[in-house]
Design a protein around this ligand. Sequence first.
Ligand SMILES: [Zn+2]
Ligand SMILES: [Zn+2]
Length: 263
Amino acid sequence: MDSLLHLPVFCCKAVPLPHWVPDSQLQQCSSCGDAFNPFVRRHHCRCCGSIFCDACSSGRVVLPGFGYLSSVRVCDDCRQFELGQLPLLLAGDVWTKVGEPQQRYLRLSPDQSLLVWTPWRLEEGPLRYSTEDSADVARLTCVSEAPEQRELILWIDSERLTFVADDPKQVHLWAAALSRLLAIIRQRHSYEQLFGGIAAGAESPRTLAVRLPLMDQLLEQRANALMDSKQRALIAQEMQKRQGTNTALGNTNSARHSEQLSS
Ligand SMILES: [Zn+2]
Ligand SMILES: [Zn+2]
């Protein structure tokens, strides 16, 4: 079992903390299935709360969303999520929402509690954090992809939302990232139900705490930095495309013009 030295000093209200699986519940590593014994010790992942062997939880990351401001142990899946998939979701991307003429900027809120899709406006200042069109991530029930049609399909309760991207790779990356987010959320909720949350989960070292303003600032800053750089890149791309079109038109016009002159 891990030492209790790396406990968070506070936690997020919006994101339920993983309740540590009690040591007695698992006799083998959740990932590779190796049986635990005095030589293969149990280690808890700070992100999902499950138990792993040392080899399957060798990554260390900072988890500001959970109040861990220095690196803590995470399992391989959670490491991949925190370092690759979460930044993708926080930075957001432009999608076409099926049935709507206007493009949408789809992203995860900084505290990971909301999925937000606001109208995408080119050439405007930084995208304002707005919850105009959003859903609680806990209401997300299913994520699927239709790569040939470049569609990302989200079920929020029983409502189906479909977003289309130009790039099938984008659809695939998002579907994988959202599926992982969904799996982590389910894992956290199922532990809460299984062990009755804080009161009955005597083996969980977590305690409820208030969310500090510093925490919100940190999360907001990280998400905004990711979003700003993504948006700047998209605007530059779009402007380049437009300039390209203009130049092509200009060339055609001047070609026509010279034809007229020579005839
Ligand atoms: Zn393992
Ligand atoms: Zn994990």
